[in-house]
Design a protein. Sequence first.
Length: 323
Amino acid sequence: MTVLWKSFWAAVSLAVLVSLSILLLEPRLSAIDLLPDQGAAWYYWKLPEPTFWSRATAWGFYILHQIFFWGLIRYAIVHRDELRDRGKMHMVNWIGLFGTGAFAALHYLQTAVWYDGLAQDTSVFSSQLSVIFLLVIVLMIEAPRRGLFFGKGGQWLAPARTWLIRYHGYYFAWAVTYTYWFHPMETTAGHILGFVYTFLLMIQGAFVFTRVHTNRWWTVALELSVVIHGVTVAIVAGQEFWPMFFFGFLALFVVTQMHGLGLPSWVKWLISAAFVGGIVLVYSDRGWEYLNEVVRIPVIDYGLVVLLGGIILLIQRRRRAAT
């Protein structure tokens, strides 16, 4: 195993261990009296009476982290000619990994001492939407290679893909960093899995211009991880519509994502059959009137692909016409 892949697996292992170490904060967190839940638009895990320092540290550390991540991407782009060997670790990759570790420790300290996150001053939907758009952009970038629908229908996004590959890192860095500091390091299963997922996305950014960054199995694993997180959060919250997240995100895998892995046809048919069988099993008990839950997430995601892709292509066409 090369240094590159040893570093990758070490980083993934540390991400899991750091996330599990959040459980050690339980004595401190249990002493905080939170306000009663006030509905879907309410974020429960925030201080009832925020202080100057709880806000200053949450926003200040977030801004520092954001500058670091954007700076890392900018440096990598400017020096991309020096990073042509995709099979080795470069200094920018080491800086990315150690920086991620440093901000993990900083967030841990911030939660233990001041607790609050960006959720105190922003909408709960902003964090969710930032990740949704991230996943949609991945669908757009990969569409010319793996298609949108069963391996077909993605070539029209090829011109947009060039632009997205050049600039997607800045948006991804914002979405991940913002979501990271939106939440305090709470000990619920949903939070811990969420931090594991966020750390994995940061690791993806740290391995920019390496074979790890473009490994199709790794990138699909990142796309699929949202299934585990989404379902866990729904179940922990006592939401009966957890199948919407489970089958909705799995539908994206069956319709789009698995077709970029080079799987044999029989494996794809087996996965598809298991997917349909799961739907029959769950909704025969839950009620067929809820079957529309399966298509809600795919309709939104594919709709956003068409909308954003169309906007980018229109802008590109007008720029060409202007020149």
